[in-house]
Design a binder for this molecule. Sequence first.
Ligand SMILES: Cc1cc2nc3c(=O)[nH]c(=O)nc-3n(C[C@H](O)[C@H](O)[C@H](O)COP(=O)(O)OP(=O)(O)OC[C@H]3O[C@@H](n4cnc5c(N)ncnc54)[C@H](O)[C@@H]3O)c2cc1C
Length: 433
Amino acid sequence: MAAVSSAPSPSDFPPSWYAASEPLRPAQPALRDDAVADVCILGAGYTGLTAALALAEAGYRVTVLEAERIGWGASGRNGGQAIVGYGCEQDVLERLVGEGEARLLFDFSRDGMTMLKRRIERHAIACDWRDGYASVAIRPRQERALRAWVDEMGQRYDYPLQWWNRDQLRQQLASNRYLGAAFDPASGHLHPLAYANGLAAAALAAGVVIHEHSPVVELRRGARPQLRTAHGSVTADFVVLAGNAWLRGIAPELESRVMPVGTYIGATMPLGEERARSLIRNDMAVSDVNWALDYFRLSRDHRLLFGGRASYSALPPPGLRGVMTRRMHRVFPQLCDVALEYVWGGYIDITRNRAPHWGRLTPNVYFAQGFSGHGVASTGLAGEAIAAAIAGQSQRLDAFARIPHQPFPGGRALRMPLLVAAMSWYKLRDALW
Ligand SMILES: Cc1cc2nc3c(=O)[nH]c(=O)nc-3n(C[C@H](O)[C@H](O)[C@H](O)COP(=O)(O)OP(=O)(O)OC[C@H]3O[C@@H](n4cnc5c(N)ncnc54)[C@H](O)[C@@H]3O)c2cc1C
């Protein structure tokens, strides 16, 4: 995804607050020869790095090939909101795989959150973890639905969410826009690029070989699959494809099942501790329940990070900074004198049903994609599920592999216009109901 604020360079990070607030690491050397490994992983985002770390800790020789830099993809740019669950609601999973399996998948997601926190602690990753996440309703219809969802998650999934009415929410969040909230104390937020860098440092310390600036141009399938770059190759017993929305033609049958959607975030100037705290008193992450949603949180240097605008074309929307600023002022009119210092974007990989798409392409080629904008916590689960499956324990991965997925209609050429039409309908629905 092109950086929004200046011309993109393939080897730089987009100019985000994350890149500005995290030291630039020296690059790992590009692949220049023909190598062998037990496992070769495409992609140094959370999925690839977590799988690499878990496999190296289990004694595998692991090589990771990254086209750009560690955390250059969605993992180094996202909203940082680590939320239990998936890109689709549980009722979608119930329809797709039945109630029992949907419950199993939800419990895995809770495990994924525990694993994320344990990983941060075990590897002492300094990524500003903060507890707490609120999903907030704007319209009465949404308030009713959110409240029913809190009850349902408690009764049917044993998941203890708190319902906050308007007054309770106002005690924590200084915005009049919302009617109520589902508060989840187990979810939270973090500095995305710092977390990616911390995972990479742990993987390197565990013996993983990472090659940056090494775009894979071909996957050769077979008894010993191979990933090839322009200047070398890695032959392995297993390959893991963890390229998210960026696979670049390596596996067309995977790429046809995800749609890259551009999504954008801004960061204000530092507001000062007192002013920042006055906006979100308990420092939680917040997201509304609209289809075209707004989400926000505070940074460690007391900025407001505000995300939301999506784009269903390959280009950033025109006037993006102004649009984002107006959206922020709609939530927090008291910031009318505050502009966005940084604005940046990235691609999320949505599936048709928004459920995760993980599994095996062939018996020795694994993949995880389709996080549908909900990957900060679940990518770690995917990476560890794949690592466990390679080591012979495939119960978790198999449960995800049973979720059915269809290609986007219209093929590669038409999938974008059809999605644009569908999204317009959802936006209209947000506005009317
Ligand atoms: C702007 C934005 C905001 C988001 N906000 C949130 C949020 O608040 N909460 C949440 O849960 N999720 C959020 N997400 C989604 C989340 O960031 C992703 O689901 C997650 O980071 C995906 O991790 P990944 O490792 O699978 O992919 P990525 O981090 O994208 O990593 C894939 C890597 O593979 C590399 N690659 C691809 N093809 C090749 C190739 N051919 N050769 C070599 N390397 C290749 C890419 O360069 C990239 O570095 C957001 C995403 C974006 C873009």
